[in-house]
Design a protein around this ligand. Structure first.
Ligand SMILES: [Ca+2]
Ligand SMILES: [Ca+2]
Ligand SMILES: [Ca+2]
Length: 213
């Protein structure tokens, strides 16, 4: 009996020694931040694009996310290719959410996909302990945020860029919004039927066939 107790104490001692050895090693490894959750990138000046994640260089944005602890410190970075730069800092509010203003860098590269990350340092572990990353969807970047018809929807998102209308419905899916589509129920727009739309109306943009001699 005494022998068994001695053996158990001995094994416990070995276990404790191994744990003490392993614990500092694990802490020193300081693993790369884990991806967790999603970061929403919201436009400030314009209505949201039909394509959710299209922005122009210099666009002001609000970054929102949740699932954090109150007071967590957040560093927001903009990543494009191998280049990563900090664009904002903030803290989680009492509900564990963030709402941070920033902007798409004006000198970012249009036409190249980008992402925004929010690296969260949790509570007492900051700045070296546990961290995780909220990750935005891939962002498409456009050179400017022109709004030719002034309806609050940028040209790059507006399927009727020269006709003021916030109706982005595109019933036939041809990329032209219903309000400016000469054949709103005809994706072919009458181009193979001498300008006659599927509904019998005429598309004035299709040149009439020239008489042959
Ligand atoms: Ca517009
Ligand atoms: Ca259409
Ligand atoms: Ca059409």
């Amino acid at each position: 009996m005494i022998r068994n107790v001695e053996r158990t104490v001995h094994l416990l001692g070995i276990g404790l020694f191994v744990w003490l050895l392993a614990a500092p090693l694990a802490a020193e490894e300081n693993p790369a931040p884990r991806m967790r959750g999603k970061l929403w990138v919201n436009p400030v000046d314009f209505q949201e694009c039909a394509r959710e994640s299209a922005f122009a260089l210099g666009d002001p944005i609000t970054l929102t996310g949740n699932g954090l602890q109150p007071g967590d410190a957040v560093v927001v970075t903009f990543e494009q290719g191998d280049a990563v730069r900090e664009i904002a800092r903030g803290k989680a509010n009492a509900q564990g959410a963030i709402s941070i203003r920033s902007q798409i860098p004006a000198d970012a590269i249009a036409g190249t996909e980008a992402r925004i990350h929010a690296t969260v340092q949790t509570g007492a572990d900051a700045p070296t302990g546990n961290s995780f990353v909220l990750n935005s969807a891939p962002l498409q970047l456009f050179p400017d945020s022109r709004d030719s018809d002034g309806d609050g929807i940028k040209d790059m998102c507006d399927n009727c860029p020269n006709l003021a209308s916030t109706d982005l419905m595109d019933s036939d899916g041809d990329g032209l919004g219903d309000p400016c589509d000469p054949c709103p129920t005809d994706p072919d727009n009458g181009t193979t039927s001498n300008g006659v739309c599927a509904d019998g109306n005429t598309n004035p943009n299709v040149p009439l066939p020239q008489p042959t001699h």
